[in-house]
Design a protein around this ligand. Structure first.
Ligand code: 26W
Length: 813
């Protein structure tokens, strides 16, 4: 490792020469980025080797986190940080006339995820390695990750993401570890030596090739592995080729390799496409095959040894997307390893655990029976058997209760219900915030909770404070360390010691100065990118997340429209200047979400260009919200908008990132907002709106009529009418879909019902901000009490409560 700047400079220049045959002066930024990455990969690889070796020797249990998505963002900066090399590296580079931040910006974001669920997986990997826990990721190496969003004339345009175009410095292709995944064909059962054996024939083989990405622990020798699978094939259609039909010759190859080509850009908005099911089985099968292979190498391949795989291996499924892990592990244990059903079932359920991330009914996955049957015939047979045994057990417990059994069945109404499969086939089911876990137990999965009461538990989400505080906000990190020492980096709950400084005027002004610098940094970005000048003395009020009806960007937008109306009516209206900042992508097929983007941009157009309101409010929609942009935005926010319809947001994790950076939350009692309030207290958060119980009761029993609000509140009537009466400079039907979602669909997400409470909460924010000493105290308390929301805490809870794994200390050699 590098102990001095001199040593580092020398090694860096040497790397440039050996890689590119170039001197420093001749090198491009990209060359320098590649050289720097290669340099630290050398360090990482040694530790990686040590970690793998010691994992093999110590024979401790390991966890594999299966997820369709890992939203990693950039890795150079976080790897340097975790290696403890940020300072030496940045100082050495400065002496060479190179800005480390600029080199970091060369890296393409690995956008292999949609939003919350994918970023959570990435935070968990960081925490696993930093807690020295043997835990690895299993996922898909998408050729194209989350699309790049452009805003053209106010509309979202999707550009394919091409993150691999210059190669990816962090991955290593492991061709010798490839496995075959079988699709289609038919399965017959044959009796061999008194045993029924399943024979899969006429299938289409797809080669799964792993690409390993090292996951570096902070201040630990641990380097874990994120194994991403890529679909490739050795198959080449020579007969077509030699007949001169070149197109046909390559077509088949491309169709097989299509499996890992694209990430479905749908978040909580399913598109039941065959290719998606194919992706799910592809990585689940490849991942489990490679785990079982390694297990056999270490512990032996006797069936009696495999029957105890759960003693050494835990498999966690991130939502139901990898739920085929249940039948696939059954298949491997039975068809390939010769276990009987009961032994295989015992091993499978003790190995697998499941997290639910959403209760939106439309996002609960189900696959048509005939699709599963044709694409995955052996999976379907096993699922059928699981279903039959499960229904028989239900019948024993609830004889004659057909309705309940139908509602709980894994296969019903022509669909395979993935959540039912996941609950039945695992030993633990958790939600991601207290309120969410309770709703699972009491409402959405009440039947299952009654049947399996001990399976259900809560693990409130967290985010890595290393990336989201220490790295994204170095100014703040420095200030914190000056005040309370560096212990918070390893033990984030020590941040609570900051509470003592909440009322300290000197500390308050330092906090304010850091925030101001971060706001200026963001303002510069906005100016450069969009040519909008924002007022850095205004309140930066931010809503950054996927665009979705339940997240209620519409509520925010309508409130802005109302505020504009009031300013127009009374230009002297005394409000604190505010900049409303939005960021987020809409699923490609989600029409309403796309119109919400257009609405925000239309408001921006009207308001930012209306001189009569004296620049008191401005609206900015930031293009292409992604991990790197989030790292710029979170530190600059004064206000964090967490305004989902209560009960609909399982947890939220952006809320935690904002809090860590000293933003004050305006939010509903939903997801982890509730726990944030519990930590900071009512004085340090602004809560409004319906509670989850109230919302659930309306959903169940009715009793809300949007017309009552519309006719009862003239301000509401005005803004709703303005969507469709020509007030906005767009074609008259532009916002029909938004209008109808409110009026015709009876405001499914209670936007108008909560409007008055939200407007009042916004006025409260305005008042609080005027009292700067009060406001800074709130900001400091938010930082101080954010320790609970570090993913280190979350991951320790999973490790102890679900996976049964413990730390392995990696020695240097
Ligand atoms: C099948 C389409 C689809 C795709 C993604 C359905 C559902 C999903 C994810 C489960 C959606 C998701 O990311 N959920 C979010 O998970 C976060 C991490 O737990 C939570 O903080 C968010 O509240 C939840 O919306």
């Amino acid at each position: 490792m590098f102990t001095s700047k001199e040593e580092f400079k020398e090694a860096f220049i040497d790397k440039l020469q050996t890689l590119f045959g170039q001197s420093l002066d001749e090198s491009s930024q990209t060359d320098r980025y590649v050289a720097l990455s290669a340099l630290i990969r050398d360090i990482i690889n040694k530790r990686w080797y040590q970690s793998n070796k010691q994992y093999k020797q110590c024979k401790e249990k390991q966890v594999y986190y299966f997820s369709m998505e890992f939203l990693l963002g950039r890795l150079l900066g976080s790897n340097l940080f975790n290696l403890g090399l940020t300072d030496v590296c940045s100082e050495a580079l400065t002496e060479l006339g190179i800005d480390l931040n600029e080199l970091e910006a060369v890296e393409q974001d690995a956008g292999l995820g949609n939003g919350g669920l994918g970023r959570l997986a990435a935070c968990f990997l960081d925490s696993l390695a930093s807690l020295q826990l043997p835990g690895h990721g299993t996922g898909i190496r998408y050729r194209h990750g989350m699309f790049e969003q452009k805003i053209v004339n106010g509309y979202q345009i999707e550009i394919p993401d091409n993150w691999l175009k210059d190669g990816y410095v962090w991955e290593t292709r492991k061709a010798d570890r490839a496995v075959t995944v079988k699709f289609g064909g038919n399965v017959r059962l044959e009796s061999q030596g008194g045993r029924l054996v399943a024979i899969h024939e006429n299938y289409e083989p797809v080669l799964a090739v792993p690409y390993d990405v090292p996951v570096i622990g902070a201040n630990s020798g641990t380097v874990n592995t994120l194994r991403l699978w890529s679909a490739e094939t050795n198959y080449f259609d020579f007969p077509s080729f030699s007949k001169g039909d070149f197109l046909k010759a390559v077509e088949h190859k491309y169709s097989l390799e299509a499996t890992s080509q694209i990430l479905y850009p749908d978040d909580n908005y399913p598109e039941g496409k065959t290719l998606r099911l194919k992706q799910q089985y592809f990585f689940v099968s490849a991942g489990l095959q490679s785990i079982v292979r390694r297990y056999k190498r270490t512990y032996g391949g006797d069936p009696s040894v495999l029957a105890k795989i759960y003693e050494k291996v835990a498999v966690h499924i991130n939502d139901t997307h990898p739920a085929l892990a249940v039948p696939e592990l059954m298949r491997i244990l039975m068809d390939e390893e010769g276990l009987g059903w009961d032994e295989a079932w015992n091993a499978t359920t003790k190995t697998i655990s499941y997290t639910n991330h959403t209760i939106l009914p439309e996002a609960l996955e189900k696959w048509p029976v005939d699709l599963v049957q044709t694409l995955l015939p052996r999976m379907y047979m096993i699922i059928q058997e699981i279903n039959e045994r499960f229904c028989a057990a239900l019948w024993d417990r609830y004889p004659g209760d057909w309705e309940r059994i139908r509602a709980m069945a894994i296969i019903s109404d022509g669909y395979v219900h993935m959540a039912h499969l996941a609950v039945t086939g695992s030993h633990s089911v958790n939600g991601v915030a207290e309120v969410h876990s309770n709703i699972l137990k009491k409402e959405v999965m009440a039947n299952f909770h009654q049947f399996y009461p001990h399976r259900f538990n809560n693990k409130t989400n967290g985010v890595t404070h290393r990336r989201w505080l220490a790295k994204a906000n170095p100014g703040l990190a420095k200030l914190i360390t000056q005040a309370i020492g560096p212990g918070w980096l390893a033990h984030p709950t020590e941040l609570a010691n900051l509470h003592r400084y909440a009322r300290d005027p000197a500390f308050q002004s330092s906090i304010k100065a850091v925030k101001q610098a971060n706001k200026e940094r963001l303002a510069k970005y906005i100016k450069d990118k969009m040519d909008i000048a924002v007022d850095v003395d205004s309140i930066f009020d931010v809503q950054a997340k996927r665009i979705h009806a339940y997240k209620r960007q519409t509520l925010n937008a309508l409130h802005i429209l109302d505020l504009y109306n009031r300013l127009k009516a009374d230009p002297g209206l005394d409000i604190t200047p505010r900049t409303f900042i939005f960021g987020g992508k809409a699923a490609t097929g989600y029409y309403l979400a796309k119109r919400i983007i257009k609405l925000i941009n239309t408001l921006a157009d009207v308001i930012n260009n209306d001189r009569s309101i004296g620049g008191k409010i401005r609206v900015v929609f930031l293009e292409n919200y992604n991990v790197s942009l989030a790292e710029l935005i979170m530190p600059a926010a004064d206000v964090s908008e967490q305004i989902s319809t209560a009960s609909r947001e399982a947890s939220g994790t952006g809320n935690m990132k904002f809090m860590m950076n000293g933003a004050v939350t305006i939010g509903t009692l939903d997801g982890a907002n509730i726990e944030i309030r519990d930590e900071v207290g009512d004085d340090n958060i602004v809560i409004f709106g319906l509670t989850a119980d109230e919302v659930l009761s309306y959903y169940k029993h009715g009793g809300y009529n949007v017309l009552d609000v519309y006719h009862g509140n003239p301000r509401v009537k005005m803004i709703v009418d303005q969507l469709v009466n020509g007030f906005l400079p767009v074609s008259p039907d532009e916002f029909d879909s938004i209008y109808h979602s409110l009026m015709r669909a009876n405001d499914e997400y209670f936007v108008l019902k909560d409007f008055a409470a939200y407007a009042a909460a916004q006025e409260k924010i305005d008042r609080l901000y005027r009292d700067q000493s009060r406001w800074q105290a709130m900001a400091i308390n938010n930082i101080a009490f954010s320790g609970r929301f570090a993913s280190d805490r979350t991951v320790s809870e999973y490790a102890i409560g679900i996976w049964g794994i413990k730390p392995v200390i990696i020695r240097e050699s």
